[in-house]
Each structure stands twice: as structure tokens, then as C-alpha cells.
Design a protein around this ligand. Structure first.
Ligand SMILES: NC(=O)c1ccc[n+]([C@@H]2O[C@H](COP(=O)([O-])OP(=O)(O)OC[C@H]3O[C@@H](n4cnc5c(N)ncnc54)[C@H](O)[C@@H]3O)[C@@H](O)[C@H]2O)c1
Length: 327
């Protein structure tokens, strides 16, 4: 029975849809292409262009496919944008996300894997961050994800919907065919590599006065292929009767912005000019996962998430597709 992948034309969703198919799963993709790319989805995958909150469209998908489970990636994902346009974020991520849950329940779907985020923790009270750390997001994006975690939990209590909310740390890297291509791009790795390619005159470094060894912010980077694998393990876990849960996806190791830049200089062999700017609102100093639960509950072991492998894979993808999915 097919898996509905919402946001399957986006960065992590498209890699996961491919990996599901490689494991022999049937996949149906739903994406409004607001931020995704049609070219990221194989031509022979059933593709529905529309919003996850579109009830009539969801009813049509349910009538045309006997959906077994949903992997729900679709969301707006920019922290800065969410601060400027909170209503848009809550409408899209929570309003439409809740409408999607209603449609899934009406269609008899009782298994969901949800893209949550380390942004739900806000400023963590300790590093590494375990799933038990208090959650108090710093921005509407993080709140929209935290509210969706509550929506899922309530749906479990009321209707027996079983879910795994995966709290990703920083996704990065590429496969042979798919890579990170957003417009505008706010993530460090693609921006560092754009500077190495000469597409950007300078890379902005936001904040050099954080309480970290070199003063720049520290993040835990996870290869997109490792993230995709975690979704497959989460689906298997639910199929075996696993209970609903919240699970971090990180490596337990963090790199500072300057370390990422230095590694990118080595991987690409190119200079990366930088410009120091002030801190961005809503950026905590350090976000590093305690990733032991993912190992224990799902048997997840990130194998490609060392920084040079991440950088090399995205660099090679950009060499092959200089204009990303517009190439
Ligand atoms: N990239 C990261 O580092 C990261 C970290 C933590 C969590 N996440 C979460 O993972 C998920 C995927 O992130 P990504 O980086 O692949 O983002 P992305 O923007 O590349 O993909 C999201 C996709 O969802 C689609 N979409 C958005 N709203 C929609 C709607 N209402 N209906 C239908 N389609 C819609 C977009 O067109 C896009 O293709 C998101 O939920 C994001 O919040 C990402």
C-alpha cells in the first residue's frame, strides 16, 4: 500500500521518496511546489500538485490510492520569514497540517511520520539536547512545529493515530540526483558552497560573539540520506506496533560556522570570502543533539553525516547541476 509523502518535491522529502521506492515501497507525492521542484520527483511517481489543506484534493488522493501511512514534510521552513509573517506560518504549518490529519483520519490512515525540528527547543537548558529538554521555541516557525507535535499527540489520544515526530537538527548534503536548492537560500552549507563557486561575492557570518570557542554558532549537521533512512526505520517501527514517540535526529557532534567554512575551503579548493555581520534574531548559540534515543528506539546510525562527506556530496551535486533543479 502506498505511502503519501507530503512536501515530496522539497529537499528532504524528495530524497526520502526516492529511498522509499528503492526499498520497494509505493509512493504518492503531494506538494504545492511553493518551495519544491517538480524535477526532484521521478516522472513515474504519482504526483499531486496542491496544498495539504485542500480537503477535496485529499479525498481524491484517498479515492485513487489506498494510502497506508503518511510522511508529512510539507511546511514553510524559514525562521526569519516566520518572524515577519507569523500568520502565514501558522496557517500553512498548523492550519493546513491539522486539516491534513483530519483527511488522513477520514481515509483510515493511522500512521504518520512527522518532520519536527530542534527549533522546538528554543535556547536549550543543556547540551547535548535530549528529547526531555524543555521546549520553548524562539520563533513562530518553531512554535508551528511544536503545536503540530501537540496536534499529533492529541490525535493519538482521541483516535489512536500512531506517529513518530522526528526532530531534525541541520539537514545538509546531497545524493547523486537530489540536493539542496532553495530560493532564497538561508542554510549555511549551500550558501558556503555558492560563495566557493563565486556565485556570491561574500558569505555572511551572522554573529562572532557567541559563547562558543571561536565565537560563531555551533550546529549539528546530518546528511540528508541519513535523515531519509530514519523515516524508513520510523515507518517500520510503527508497522511493528511501536508507540507514538518524539525522536531527535542528530549526530551528537557540532561544528561552528567557521569550522564549516574551513572544511569547505579544503573540500572545494576554493577561497571563501566572508563578511562579519550581527547575530540573526532567533539563532541560539549551540544546537547539538543527544542522538542516543534514535539509535535505541529505531536502530538508526547516521553513516554519511561527517562534515567532509556532507560538503563533498553537495559540492559534487552543484558541479553536476550548476543551477540546481533549473539546470
Ligand atoms: N532542512 C532542515 O535542516 C530542516 C531541519 C528541521 C526540520 N525540517 C523540516 O523538514 C521538512 C522538510 O524540510 P526541507 O528542508 O526539505 O524544506 P523544503 O522547503 O525543501 O520542502 C518543503 C516542501 O513542502 C512544500 N509545501 C510547503 N507547504 C505546503 C503545503 N501547504 N501544501 C503542499 N506542499 C507544501 C514545499 O513546496 C516544499 O516542496 C519541513 O517540514 C521542515 O520544517 C527541516
Amino acid at each position: 500500500m502506498p505511502i503519501l509523502v507530503t512536501g515530496g518535491a522539497g529537499y528532504i522529502g524528495s530524497v526520502t521518496a526516492d529511498r522509499l521506492r528503492a526499498k520497494g515501497e509505493e509512493v504518492v507525492v503531494l506538494d504545492d511546489l511553493g518551495r519544491g521542484h517538480r524535477a526532484a520527483v521521478d516522472k513515474d511517481v504519482p504526483f499531486y500538485h496542491g496544498h495539504v489543506g485542500d480537503r477535496a484534493l485529499l479525498a481524491r488522493i484517498a479515492a485513487e490510492h489506498k494510502i497506508e501511512a503518511c510522511v508529512h514534510f510539507a511546511a514553510l521552513t524559514y525562521v526569519g520569514e516566520s518572524v515577519l509573517e507569523p500568520v502565514r506560518y501558522f496557517e500553512n504549518n498548523v492550519g493546513q497540517g491539522t486539516a491534513l490529519m483530519r483527511a488522513l483520519l477520514e481515509a483510515g490512515v493511522r500512521r504518520v511520520v512527522f518532520s519536527s525540528t530542534c527549533a522546538t527547543y528554543g535556547v536549550p537548558d543543556r547540551i547535548p539536547i535530549s528529547e526531555k529538554c524543555p521546549q520553548w521555541p524562539l520563533n513562530p516557525y518553531g512554535w508551528s512545529k511544536l503545536v503540530m507535535e501537540r496536534v499529533l499527540d492529541s490525535c493519538d489520544r482521541a483516535y489512536g493515530l500512531k506517529f513518530v515526530a522526528l526532530r531534525y537538527f541541520n539537514a545538509a548534503g546531497a545524493t547523486d540526483r537530489q540536493g539542496e536548492h532553495h530560493e532564497p537560500e538561508s542554510h549555511l552549507v549551500p550558501n558556503v558552497l555558492a560563495a566557493a563557486m563565486g556565485e556570491k561575492a561574500e558569505l555572511s557570518v551572522f554573529g562572532t560573539d557567541y559563547p562558543t570557542p571561536d565565537g560563531t554558532a555551533i550546529r549539528d549537521y546530518v546528511h540528508v540520506s541519513d535523515l531519509a533512512e530514519a523515516h524508513i526505520l520510523a515507518l517500520d517501527y510503527l508497522r511493528l506496533g511501536g508507540d507514538s514517540d518524539f525522536i531527535n535526529l542528530g549526530t551528537g557532534y557540532g561544528y561552528s560556522v567557521l569550522e564549516v567554512i574551513e572544511n569547505a575551503r579544503k573540500v572545494t579548493g576554493h577561497p571563501i570570502p566572508t563578511r562579519i555581520e550581527g547575530r540573526r534574531e532567533g539563532d541560539p548559540a549551540e544546537l547539538v543533539a543527544d542522538a542516543t534515543k534514535a539509535q535505541k528506539v529505531l536502530g538508526w546510525n547516521p553513516e554519511m553525516s561527517d562534515l567532509p562527506t556532507i560538503l563533498r556530496s553537495q559540492w559534487e551535486w552543484r558541479q553536476k547541476y550548476p543551477r540546481g533543479y533549473d539546470s
